[in-house]
Design a protein around this ligand. Structure first.
Ligand code: TXA
Ligand code: MG
Length: 343
């Protein structure tokens, strides 16, 4: 496939570019586009052949279901066979935004989208380009993050090119995505709803809408009653889903010292510090992220990709602070540092 790359203004998308992308989707093509979290790899969710191409382009296991992006809550409801009060309340307050709701599937999208299961993941993205595209094509768009399977999600157009050039028809490059890590995935088929993947929307924000205690939404990480035989309940919960190529070590103690030691032992070492200005360690590729959760999340994947690009074998990450605002960041760092695991 020859991949076209079109630049587009993130705040004021050119209708001609949006319309070209919508035509590509309607014709069964693949379009990578920005969302407020990370870039997505989009296909018409009702076109089984187009959806199959998404799995092939990413190298994604077919048992891992995709998030369906829609323009508004009404379009989401149309794809769900039931829409509980919690879903309506959350959609009214938190959409458009980085919250994905898992509801009972109405059977309108291609079965590969749900990995053959009986639930469908739905979200209304807050990025102007994503919304313009959804309105222009008037289709539900199935879109996983636009990276090769098990790579770090892309937060810039060039990340998408690096992973998917020659595998997708069109990339809409709107520059860096504002969120930096993925949406929160919340199962609303159970009561109380259950967080399947932490993300940019915090448990406190969800709990406030539902008048519940944040702890009641917690994913216990253990087995859950699965209504998707053969499918993973939320495969994003598996380890090593967000990994850079280099081995990642989350350093509880003195990260710069660990980096220096590994360097002396002969490894090519990268270091990601939080808040502290990166001290010059000879031979260690160092990047500093801000000590503020939103800004840290925004820069994290780009920092990991950059260090990968500089050819390091090991990335030492200084552990960020604890606390709910840092929960999603910790979740991604934990997965990226997990040794082994599936996808
Ligand atoms: O922010 C995001 O969510 C980005 C942007 C592009 O929207 N998308 C994204 O998609 O991260 P992906 O495919 O990389 O991750 C989707 C997650 C996976 O963990 C998948 O297992 C889970 O959502 N998921 C999808 N459908 C599901 C379902 N029916 N039930 C449970 N989990 C589901
Ligand atoms: Mg992904």
């Amino acid at each position: 496939v020859r991949t076209r790359v079109l630049s587009i203004d993130p705040l004021d998308p050119d209708p001609a570019v949006v319309s070209a992308a919508a035509s590509t989707l309607r014709a069964g093509g693949l379009v990578a586009f920005p969302t407020e979290t990370v870039y997505g790899l989009g296909a018409n969710a009702t076109d089984a052949a187009a959806v199959a191409r998404v799995f092939t382009a990413k190298g994604r296991p077919s048992r891992n279901p995709l998030i369906v992006h829609v323009a508004d809550e009404a379009d989401a409801r149309a794809l769900a066979s039931s829409w509980p009060p919690a879903a309506a309340a959350l959609a009214a307050r938190l959409w458009p935004g980085p919250l994905t709701l898992v509801a009972q599937d109405a059977g309108r999208v291609a079965s590969a989208v749900t990995a053959g299961g009986d639930t469908v993941a739905l979200r209304v993205p807050a990025h102007p380009v994503a919304l313009a595209l959804l309105r222009a094509c008037a289709l539900p768009i199935a879109a996983p993050s636009a990276n090769r399977s098990s790579h770090v999600s892309p937060t810039r157009g060039e990340h998408v090119r690096a992973d998917l050039e020659g595998r997708v028809d069109l990339i809409l490059d709107a520059g860096p995505t504002p969120g930096g890590i993925e949406s929160t995935v919340l199962d609303v088929t159970v009561d109380p709803p259950r967080i399947l993947r932490p993300g940019l929307v915090t448990p406190a924000a969800i709990a406030a809408v539902l008048h519940r205690a944040p702890s009641s939404l917690a994913s216990d990480g253990g087995p859950s009653p699965s209504r998707q035989p053969g499918a993973l309940r939320s495969p994003g919960l598996l380890s090593r889903h967000y990994a850079p190529r280099a081995r990642l070590i989350l350093a509880g103690g003195d990260a710069p010292r660990l980096a220096a030691e590994l360097r002396r032992a002969g490894s090519r070492v990268g270091l990601v510090t939080a808040g502290t200005a990166a001290a010059r360690l000879p031979g260690v590729e160092t990047t500093s992220l801000p000590l503020e959760p939103a800004a840290y999340a925004r820069g994290l994947y780009a920092a990991l990709r950059e260090l990968d690009g500089r050819g390091v074998d090991i990335v030492v990450v200084e552990t960020p602070p604890e606390g709910e605002a840092w929960m999603a960041v910790h979740d991604r760092l934990r997965r990226a540092s997990a040794s082994g695991g599936v996808e």
